[in-house]
Design a protein around this ligand. Sequence first.
Ligand SMILES: C[S@@+](CC[C@H](N)C(=O)[O-])C[C@H]1O[C@@H](n2cnc3c(N)ncnc32)[C@H](O)[C@@H]1O
Length: 273
Amino acid sequence: MTIEQIRVSSEWLDLREPADAAARSRDLVEHVRRRLPAAGRLVIHDLASGSGSMGRWLAPLLPGRQHWVMHDRDADLLEVAAANPPGPAADGAPVVVETRLSDITQLRPDDLAGAALITASALLDLITDDELAGLVDLCAAVGCPALLTLSVAGRVDLTPADSLDRCLAAAFDAHQRRMTARGHLLGPDAVAAAAERFRRLGADVVVRPSPWRLGAADADLAAEWLAGWLDAACEQRAELAAGVDAYAARRLAQARAGQLAVTVHHADLLVLP
Ligand SMILES: C[S@@+](CC[C@H](N)C(=O)[O-])C[C@H]1O[C@@H](n2cnc3c(N)ncnc32)[C@H](O)[C@@H]1O
């Protein structure tokens, strides 16, 4: 099994859900609201929905009846999504969830027929440029707005600073861009690549920052994020492993003491055809 096929755990998605919700751009939601049809049920397709966090965040911010179709290749995560549907719409209208076991790289425009909006969250940096090209063509063929949130930007700020931060961050970014059986993953290049591809097709693209800002109240998430960050960095550059245990101990002690601030920079992208 190649690393990119490792499953995302629902515990991890659960832990990050409040930080994701706080980070996604509300400004882009206002743009979306202005572009949605004024009447009738909205059909919204969420690509790589995982356990449904995007729907739980966005559905209550949009008015009107909504039918969310959540696509993921992980049946267990879809089960969690179905069991935890979003609350009602902004105006109290009902929101319904349908789950579909899908490989989002294989979707055809017919699968998304009638969509008023396509969404995705924490997806673009996990795919290859070829897969992105397919996704851009899919969105263009469907012809509705697409809100693609929380792609990593390749920048992390840790306070207080540590002499190992920079080389760990560089190794992590290289890991995000690593070669896989499917090709190089886009990692921190995803937003620029997606914006360019959509603009080439004549779409308007609006990009907004959506950083996680983790402080004393987010020690559990910061610790879990840190563990994953270090694992990836050491997998990419094995020689870093020697210093990493002491670094991890320092950072975890700071996190537990509420003395570590972490900003993980992401970007959200709204595509208006
Ligand atoms: C980082 S998680 C994000 C989940 C969710 N969008 C969220 O924000 O909580 C990435 C998700 O992409 C899904 N995924 C990755 N590649 C996929 C593919 N080709 N087809 C369908 N789902 C995919 C994974 O199963 C996982 O649920």
